[in-house]
Design a binder for this molecule. Structure first.
Ligand code: SF4
Length: 244
């Protein structure tokens, strides 16, 4: 395995943890989000349209196990040897009572060929007692916690109504790593008000953290979201980046 391109891609990262191919299966465990229900904020992040990232098989009317069985059946037809990671993706997947969270994560791990879980959440939604439990779980199964950090720039975080700060993100990552749990962050490239210098400043700040994974999203402006309206009305502007 070489680092010619300067980073390991996700499949190379996984191959360091598993001797076989693994595939993430997205599930929607019926969570909500503290930035929508008023406990942290209302209205959500201005770019958020959660329905856009849920595949068809991923509906909260189905149990976690049912969603995973459906998802794994889809891949198993083509790749019978494949193993799976249950990806708790939709909304904030640590937002609930500890007992409820435990039952959902453990339900996922009981599904045949599921060898680990990936938990997507907000940096301000990770209590120590949950980290204690996840550290224990991580001794028996692969666990990766992914925080939606988006940018290291607090002004931008305010503009997009994230409801947390960069300092919250640093705190969450450091506490997660101090529990020995693999940890990643998601960033969004091209947020309103950010030019190349802000984007590169985020890269520098994130590079100081002891992370296992970084996921880069390009900004997607979804029709009907508050951000789309703000850009359309001229209240905010975004830079039109090309792929290069
Ligand atoms: S934290 Fe996630 S689910 Fe909640 S409003 Fe923001 S983008 Fe949407």
């Amino acid at each position: 395995m070489s680092l010619e391109k300067g980073y390991y891609d996700f499949s190379e990262f996984l191959s360091k943890h598993f001797p076989y191919k693994v595939q993430k299966i997205s599930i929607n465990a019926g969570f909500t989000c503290p930035n929508r229900d008023g406990s942290k904020g209302t209205g959500g992040c201005t770019y958020c349209n959660n329905q856009t990232f849920n595949p068809d098989y991923c509906k909260p009317v189905m149990s976690v196990a049912e969603q995973l069985e459906k998802g794994t059946a889809f891949f198993a037809r083509k790749y019978p040897q494949m193993k799976y990671l249950a990806y708790f993706q939709a909304y904030t997947n640590t937002y609930g009572e500890l007992q409820h969270l435990k039952s959902l994560y453990e339900e996922a791990l009981q599904v045949e060929d599921v060898v680990g879980i990936v938990i997507g959440t907000r940096p301000d939604c990770m209590p120590d007692e949950l980290l204690d439990y996840l550290a224990e779980l991580n001794r028996k199964a692969f666990v990766l916690v992914e925080y939606g950090v988006e940018t290291a720039n607090n002004e931008t975080l305010e503009i997009i109504n994230r409801g947390h700060t960069w300092e919250d993100a640093v705190d969450a990552v450091m506490r997660t790593k101090s529990h020995g749990i693999p940890c990643g962050v998601h960033l969004i490239i091209g947020l309103p008000g950010e030019s190349l210098s802000e984007i590169l400043a985020t890269a520098d700040a994130v590079s100081e953290l002891p992370l296992d994974t970084v996921k880069l999203h390009q900004l997607q402006l979804i029709r009907g979201t508050r951000m789309a309206q703000q850009v359309e009305s001229g209240e905010l502007s975004i830079m039109r980046w090309t792929a290069e």
